[in-house]
Structures are given as structure tokens and as C-alpha cells.
Design a protein around this ligand. Sequence first.
Ligand SMILES: C[S@@+](CC[C@H](N)C(=O)[O-])C[C@H]1O[C@@H](n2cnc3c(N)ncnc32)[C@H](O)[C@@H]1O
Length: 313
Amino acid sequence: MEPIVKWAGGKRKLAPKIVELLKIGECTDRYVEPFLGGAAVFLHLVDEFPTNLFPMQYLLNDALKPLIDAYYAIVVDTESVISELSAIRTSYELPLEEFIDAEMQAEYRNELYYQVRRCFNSGGVNHDCHMPGTVAMRAHLAADFIFLNKSCFNGLWRISRKTGEMNVPHGKPKKLSLPSADQLREFAQLVPRQSLRCTDATGLLADCGDGDAIYADPPYDTSDDNVAEPAGSFTTYAGSFNWEDQVKLADALRGAAHRGARVVASNRATDRVIKLYDDRGFTVEHVGVRHSVGAKGDRRGIVGEILAHRGPG
Ligand SMILES: C[S@@+](CC[C@H](N)C(=O)[O-])C[C@H]1O[C@@H](n2cnc3c(N)ncnc32)[C@H](O)[C@@H]1O
């Protein structure tokens, strides 16, 4: 199935190759995705290996709390999220006849976007959605999150370092493409609630090993002497992920492989990333992927990327 959200660095196109490298059919008990984002690879995997035929466990993690809270709400309060989302859609898509002219309609949509963003930011920052007794709030925030993701500029989710608030402007989409009720119900069926986690990826990997198939898709390395920052690159999401974090991650992935896991990691093809994984016994394959979020149409380009993989041992 298609991802519920539009996510920068989404791996839909690479998913078949990644799943092939993970060799899921061979003694895998658990699939681990520590940088889940839009979940493109997980969703491809469950298409290929239906959960009823391959009853695996999953560990699906992302450090971005509103994203995991939204997934959690979709799983546990599916129908409430559907009705909240439908209410937002109805407001956003009020027909032209309700307005004096198209300009007024556009102004109304713009104001609605910023109203939802304000409301999300005031409720979403410190609100703990995993607390009991907050079903309505949880579903409401999840619907706001999905709406903002689908209508913000270029589908980028960016938070202010100072305030922690989502600060992306309205993208004024010609068509608002929210996930359908059926899509949300299907997602809820596929994701066991206990599989969702919101923590730092490197810490999570300390408990991984024998029987695990791990796909790690961190924010990409942003600088290297030989590589200019590609147009439209976007790597901030939940906070910064610097070179030290890349090194810690590669060490943690090697550790998990030593303990018996099969590992695939993706990253930008910078010299230092290639060396990082090569030095740790990974096979590094070059792949080219077109970035489709975060750049103006005419500036989107093919960015060199790698898949680093290694088996247990
Ligand atoms: C490249 S995106 C993953 C995209 C995903 N593979 C897809 O297909 O949509 C990287 C993700 O890592 C998350 N992230 C950033 N720092 C993290 C950390 N320290 N631990 C876990 N997740 C982190 C971001 O919130 C973002 O969703």
C-alpha cells in the first residue's frame, strides 16, 4: 500500500531492492526499521510478505513524536481519525459557490491551514498521546498532522529549533490528497500497536541481533569535500543528525550484525559515508534516486545514493 504521509527521502522506488537485500524469507523473526518516516519500505515488505503468511514481529521507530503519535492514533482510534480527517476535508473543500470568488476561497483555505497549524502546535508540543483517556485529542492531532503534511509546502515537515513548533508555510495544493478511509483502515490492520516506538535509533539498535532484519534510512550525510549540497536536499526532520551520529549509527549497525542481524542502510554517496560502511565490513552498492520532495520541479535531480548491506557475523 501507499504511505499515509508524504515524506522527504521516502524510499518507495528503492523498496523492492532493499527488501530483496534483507532476504526476509531466510530465518527472519523480526523486521526493524529505526528511521520509519513514511514507512515506504515496511509497506512494500508487507505487500510482498503478507502478515498472515509470514507472521513476523515488527519494530517501527522514528524520533519524530507527532509522526509516531499519528500512526499510533490511526492504529488504535482508526474511525475517530477518519471522521476528524473527513471534517477537515469538508472545510478545506467548501465549494466555490460558498465564496464571492476564487480569490476569497483561496484566502479561506490559507487561513484554515494556519489555524490548523496553530491549533496543532498548541496541542501537539507537550501533549503525550500515549496517555489513556485522550482518544479525542489523539485522533484530532493525528488528523491535523496528516492534513498539515499533505497541504504544507512540498510535503516537508520541519520544526523550529527554538520553539519545537511545525513552521512550514501553506503549500496551496491544487488538489488535497488525503489518505482514504480504506487506506487508513488497511494501515491499522497492518501495524501492530506494540510495534511502534519513538526513540533515538542508535539506542534501539543495542537490543537487535539474531533473527532481525534491519533497514536503516537515517537523515543523509549533508556535507563532504567532494559533494555539493544537492538542490532541494532535506535532512533535518526531527532535529540535527550530524557526522558523529552517522558514525555511532554505523557502529550500532555493525554491532547488530555481529549479534546475528541482517542489515541494510541507505545514505548519500559521499566519500566518507562509503568509507564508513566499507571499513565496517559492509558491501556498498551505488544506486541513483530521484528526490521528489523538497525541491522545485525543475531543480530536482538524480542524487548519488548508496545501499550498504551485510549479513550476520
Ligand atoms: C530519510 S527519512 C526516512 C524515510 C523513510 N525511509 C521513508 O521511506 O519514508 C529519516 C527519518 O529519520 C527520523 N530521524 C531523525 N533522527 C532520528 C534519530 N536520531 N532516531 C530515529 N529517527 C530519527 C526522521 O524523523 C525521518 O523520519
